[in-house]
Design a protein around this ligand. Structure first.
Ligand code: PDD
Length: 282
């Protein structure tokens, strides 16, 4: 098939799938999601993505009745039906179906499970990208991968309207993360990235990059950094499942980074090799 959608046991092409209007995802964004990229029909870090959606769901008081193994088999069943060497696997769990109402205590029936698989390419980690900085206006649920993404959508649109690819969010002086990525810097050979708290998503790519740095002997600092420290860093980059490890060359139109390509390339190339190995491409 060229793509596939899944909703509560039904499957079809994405463009033919319909969902009930009363799914709470539609009114409240009442749900959580996750995304992995698939090469050679192997979804990257699938267990980590499944663990995260169960964790996100539990943080907003949704209990997924199915086991993680069931979830994985269901997703693999979809992945295996779609043609193509490079695919995106999106999955989401919403609180369920009920007439609109803020209170969900009387909700009967379980959560809704959504997923789709379609062709998609990774963002090229061998190019460089432009960022803009924007005040982070999101709520304090950034560690939960909820489908409430309005501030992120608006920020990302603003970046594109300004001729950039990513918006780098900050609260006051402190850089938090990108509109759909984690932001990290290299300074004097040290990899620095924001600590895990309610201000950022615990990115799976970020976790892989930290493990790669540990393996390569690159010191890691999980501490907040300021806008100024970012602008003066040796390299500035964003990481996400769909981008892996990509560097900025300008932020707000000002040239940044380019002072430690050696360390950046070592991390990026190690990740690229890891991806190929995991997906049986080496
Ligand atoms: N977004 N921070 C935010 C706000 C994100 O939306 C994402 C990913 C990340 C990186 O997380 P990971 O490395 O686990 O992909 C960080 C996905 C790709 C999306 O919304 O499509």
């Amino acid at each position: 098939m060229k793509n596939i959608a899944y909703y509560n046991g039904k499957t079809s092409l994405i463009e033919e799938m319909t969902v009930p209007m009363n799914d709470r995802a539609c009114y409240f964004g009442d749900g959580v999601y996750d995304v992995s990229y698939v090469f050679n029909h192997v979804p990257m870090a699938i267990e980590e993505h499944i663990d995260r959606i169960y964790r996100s769901a539990s943080l907003i008081d949704i209990k997924i009745p199915q086991t993680k193994e069931w979830f994985k088999q269901m997703l693999m069943g979809l992945v295996n039906q779609v043609e193509g060497d490079s695919l995106i696997l999106y999955f989401q769990v919403s609180r369920g179906i009920a007439p609109r109402g803020h209170d969900y205590s009387a909700l009967s029936g379980g959560p809704s499970i959504w997923a789709y698989v379609k062709p998609a390419q990774l963002i090229d980690a061998y190019q460089s990208y432009r960022g803009i900085t924007l005040e982070d206006k999101r709520f304090f649920f950034c560690h939960i991968k909820t489908i409430n993404l309005l501030p992120s959508v608006l920020a990302n649109h603003q970046a594109h309207a300004a001729g950039a690819e990513e918006a780098i969010l900050h609260r006051g002086d402190r850089v938090t993360e990108g509109s759909h990525s984690n932001i990290s810097i290299l300074k004097n050979g040290v990899f620095q990235t924001a600590p895990l708290d309610e201000l950022i998503l615990p990115g799976i790519t970020r976790a892989h990059v930290i493990r790669i740095c540990n393996r390569l002997g690159i010191p890691v600092k999980e501490e907040p950094f300021t806008l100024r420290e970012m602008m003066e860093a040796d390299e500035v980059f964003f990481t996400a499942s769909g981008a892996l490890c990509c560097r900025f060359d300008t932020i707000d139109g000002i040239p940044v980074g380019g002072k430690d390509m050696k360390t950046f390339s070592a991390i990026r190339d190690a990740y690229e090799a890891e991806r190929k190995k995991e997906c049986g491409l080496l």
